[in-house]
Write a protein that binds this ligand. Structure first.
Ligand code: UD1
Length: 418
């Protein structure tokens, strides 16, 4: 078993360059199969979710190679339309291949991604939208079959904003005949990144980043070399870590503007934050003020993917804070682990009330999901004594090397393999 051992109490200082974005690269990897040719992705993070997506691409016929600057995908021969259940269950976002395979081969068989650690995560919006492109969807208990003879653009009206469903319909529509309009699209930066990648590949998409996206179908795409954006949530995680431990750190990456809501919260807690085009500098004395209320919202609101990390920080702030989780219903699981470290947090439905304590103390805790795991690492950095965080396979889904990153900033932290 492997775990992360962290000795708390050190201030963080120095500089760090942020890895490439997980949530941007997964749909881009899926998008690579729309083109019978080569895609090169620079700055691709070496994380478990990327390794899973590579396995999925290989299972349908792609040749994927790691090169010095990143990843190369040769999608000349995508011979299989059936996505293996074992890969779909290992990564929820494998459902993104539905739109890409329909776009490429007009046919796909895929199993249900199922629930996951942070909530139910249904796919009704994905399936309803795909039907609007003249795709027949047949479902049984285990599998979803989608096929079309003629992929035709349509008007999609999402009842609710969904990042994955917006990405899926864009992927399906890129090579459809005619125009697709997506209304109530998600506005997350990862959608903009996907569309910018697809346009570089020869797609014709406008409106990404707004609630209405227009996709004019094209017949052919072309080889593309793409440099991936930095990971805004990894950047946010390390900002939260410095806020909680105290110190002065500069984080380099091109996702600063996208962290505006996180920076606003950190400033309210008492941190000094300076923002440049490609860096954020944060100074904190580690003595934070509680926040009246933080609500997770879709972009540009405060991201649900930063809720656990900010909860750790609030657990030692002066006073009481409220955190409202509006996106995923089971995203307070990490609270019980924080309580083991001395935090005082009470959960009622989608609201968590946090009474700041003077100090957390190090103990053994378990990561129960990706961002919750990162939140526990932050708690360990702030705590008195030594913490051991197990369940690190969750953390490695999204962080290339969280221990090395934090050691670079002066933390006493390492991965231990037993
Ligand atoms: C993506 C991100 C995840 C982030 C989330 C919200 C990736 C790989 N993952 O997940 O890190 O936390 O956006 O920003 O990019 N919903 C439905 N029906 C559907 C689809 C979604 O009801 O068919 C609901 C979900 O249960 C949830 C909400 O819509 O309550 C938003 O989910 P969605 O935006 O789809 O999240 P993901 O794309 O799964």
């Amino acid at each position: 078993m492997a775990f992360i051992e962290v000795v708390g109490g050190r201030h963080l200082s120095g500089e760090l360059t942020i890895q490439g974005s997980k949530n941007a690269v997964l749909p881009i990897l899926a998008a690579s199969i729309l083109h019978k040719g080569i895609t090169r992705i620079k700055n691709c993070p070496k994380i478990i979710d990327v390794y899973h997506m590579i396995k999925l691409l290989e299972s349908i016929g792609c040749i994927v190679t790691w090169e010095q600057e990143g990843l190369t995908i040769d999608a000349t021969d995508v011979n299989y339309n059936s996505v293996d259940k074992k890969y779909v269950s290992s990564m929820r976002s494998s459902i993104i291949l539905l739109g890409a395979l329909i776009g490429r081969n007009k046919c796909v068989t895929i199993s249900y991604p199922g629930g996951c650690a942070i909530g139910e995560r249904p796919i009704d919006l994905h399936l309803k939208a795909i039907k609007e492109l003249n795709v027949e969807v047949i479902r049984n208990e285990d599998l979803i079959f989608c096929s079309t003879v003629h992929l035709i653009g349509g008007n999609i009206e999402f009842a609710k904003q969904s990042v994955g469903a917006t990405e899926n319909i864009i992927l399906a529509a890129v090579k459809a005949e005619g125009v697709t309009i997506v209304n109530n699209a998600a506005c997350e930066p990862e959608i903009t990144e996907l569309c910018s990648f697809l346009n570089q590949m020869g797609a014709r998409i406008t409106g990404a980043g707004s609630k209405t996206i227009k996709i004019e179908g094209v017949k052919e795409l072309k080889d593309v070399d793409y440099t991936l954006v930095s990971d805004r949530i990894v950047m946010g995680t390390y900002l939260a870590a410095v806020a909680g431990t105290g110190g002065s750190v500069t984080l380099r990456g091109n996702c600063c503007e996208e962290n505006a809501s996180v920076i606003e919260v950190l400033r309210k807690l008492g941190c000094r934050v300076g923002v440049g085009n490609d860096y954020i500098n944060i100074c904190s004395n580690g003595k934070l003020q509680a926040s009246s209320i933080i609500e997770t919202e879709s972009y540009p609101g405060f991201p649900t993917d930063m809720q656990s990390q900010i909860m750790s920080v609030l657990s030692i702030a002066n006073g009481s804070s409220l955190v409202v989780e509006n996106i995923f219903e089971s995203r307070f699981k990490t609270v019980s682990e924080l309580v083991k470290m001395g935090a005082e947090i009470y959960v009622n439905g989608k609201v968590a009330q946090i009474h700041g304590v003077n100090a957390l103390y190090g103990t053994d805790v378990k990561a129960l999901d990706l961002r919750g795991g990162a939140g526990l690492v932050i708690a360990g950095l702030m705590a008195n004594g030594t913490s051991r965080v197990s369940g690190i396979e969750y953390i490695e889904r999204g962080y290339q090397d969280i221990c090395l990153d934090l050691r670079t900033l002066g933390a006493d932290i390492r991965k231990v393999e037993e």
